[in-house]
Design a protein around this ligand. Structure first.
Ligand code: PMP
Length: 431
């Protein structure tokens, strides 16, 4: 495979765009550098790059593309929206229709608001929770990613129940003082944090099923205990379902896990590939938001007809629950096949999978928290990533990301992928 045109475009990109990319994870920093592949066209489960190479895609644009690329029903909806004008700045009936669909699928949301990204959605849930509780601090869990707003770019302190330090330059230490980070899947440190700061905590923010240090499910009873203690402290529970909503079932992780938060942040899949975010929750909490209440949030592009149309069309496709079963079956085949080949070539891996989403960790340990995900072998992953890419399999360039199946992937694709895995593992040094 040749990548000459991608390499030339990356050179050029670096003259104009900071780092050559518009989101840092697109550069191959997580896999030892090199030029990222520049894609030209996507259709179904496939990508074609500027050099003419074809790939089976498991990136799914980091989650939104659950139908596969250029799904005809979504493409038609976007085309129609474009013909009618993409942006009005006035209310439209499409917003009502889509809000109703979301509320029916996620019943913990009495009211919703559309925004333009997951970052905005999470950022605003925190503001609303602060307005509602009249408190300032939040608790979050190590390794969960909640977008790039100041407050959630704060890492864990040195111990479990310590205040945070900024994770990014430009985030003031004064802001980090309002964030406490504790390990996912452990009740004790969370309890400790609440004992120390309980009456100052506005909200507890969590990915109910983690997607950002690989796919990690909550241990039995963990979220129930988090919810109970959060409410006991007079704080609100926010689920960040930007990745999980409509990923595993028609609805959210709340439905799968049978546990409801006070507020939910959404994004990715609900836009059918166009920019979107949304947040919602109990009516008395949501009524804090302007123009009804004192918590301000606005957006020129919010609820735009193009994103609404794409989102509605995407959900219409997903309403057929059998697609989730199909993705589960393909996921199971992929998982079993990868494990078999790892055994054959004596490569140590662990797979976390939930239905059509999975993560391969290069370790022989179980992974249930961020510390364990961090300790997995990044060099092995980087080698694997590059060997897969050269065989036409496009994965996310980071050991922390998931493989996402879509309704467009076929058994043939899985067989081809497993052949590539076999070759990759056979070329990896044993550790
Ligand atoms: N929350 C979660 C759980 C996410 O995975 C992401 C993005 N990866 C975000 C929030 C931020 O969403 P966006 O990139 O649309 O701002």
């Amino acid at each position: 495979m040749k990548f000459d045109k991608s390499e030339a475009l990356y050179q050029e990109a670096q003259n104009h765009i900071v780092g050559g990319v518009n989101s840092p994870s697109r550069a191959y920093k997580g896999v030892g550098g090199g030029s990222p592949v520049f894609m030209k066209k996507a259709q179904g489960a496939y990508f074609w790059d500027v050099d003419g190479n074809k790939y089976i895609d498991y990136l799914g644009a980091y989650g939104p593309i659950i139908t596969g690329h250029a799904h005809p029903h979504i493409t038609e909806a976007i085309t129609k929206a474009a013909q009618n004008g993409v942006l009005y700045g006035t209310p439209t009936a499409l917003e009502n229709k889509f809000a109703k669909m979301l509320k029916e699928a996620i019943p913990s949301m009495d009211k919703v608001r559309f925004v333009n990204s997951g970052t905005e959605a999470v950022m605003t849930t925190i503001r609303v929770a602060r307005a509602y509780t009249n408190r300032t601090k939040i608790i979050k869990f190590a390794g969960c990613y909640h977008g790039h707003s100041d407050l959630v770019l704060v890492a864990a302190g040195s111990g479990p129940a310590t205040l945070g330090t900024p994770d990014s330059a430009g985030v003031p230490a004064s802001i980090a003082q309002d964030v406490i980070t504790v390990p996912f899947n452990e009740v004790e440190p969370f309890k400790e944090a609440l004992e120390k700061w309980g009456n100052e905590i506005a909200a507890v923010l969590v990915e109910p099923i983690v997607g950002n240090f690989g796919i990690v499910e909550p241990k039995e009873g963990f979220l129930e205990e988090v919810k109970r203690l959060t409410h006991e402290a007079g704080s609100l529970l926010i689920f960040d379902e930007v990745i999980t909503a409509f990923r595993f079932t028609y609805g959210s992780a709340q439905k799968l896990l049978n546990i409801e938060p006070d507020m939910t942040a959404l994004g990715k899949i609900i836009g059918g590939g166009l920019p979107i975010g949304a947040y919602g929750g109990r009516a008395d909490i949501m009524e804090q938001v302007a123009p009804l209440g004192p918590a301000y949030q606005a957006g020129t592009m919010a609820g735009n007809p193009a994103s609404m149309s794409a989102g509605i069309a995407c959900l219409e496709v997903l309403q057929d629950e059998s697609i989730y079963e199909k993705m589960d079956q393909l996921g199971a085949k992929l998982e079993a096949g990868i494990l078999e080949r790892a055994k054959k070539h004596q490569v140590d891996i662990t797979i976390n999978r939930l239905k059509g989403a999975l993560t391969i960790y290069f370790t022989n340990e179980k992974v249930v928290n961020y510390e364990q995900a961090e300790a997995t072998d990044g060099e092995q992953f980087a080698t694997f990533f590059k060997l897969m890419l050269k065989q036409g399999i496009n994965l996310a360039p980071s050991k922390y990301e998931a493989w996402f199946l879509t309704l467009s992937h076929t058994e043939e694709d899985i067989i081809q992928t497993l052949d590539a895995v076999d070759y990759a593992f056979s070329n990896m040094t044993k550790k």
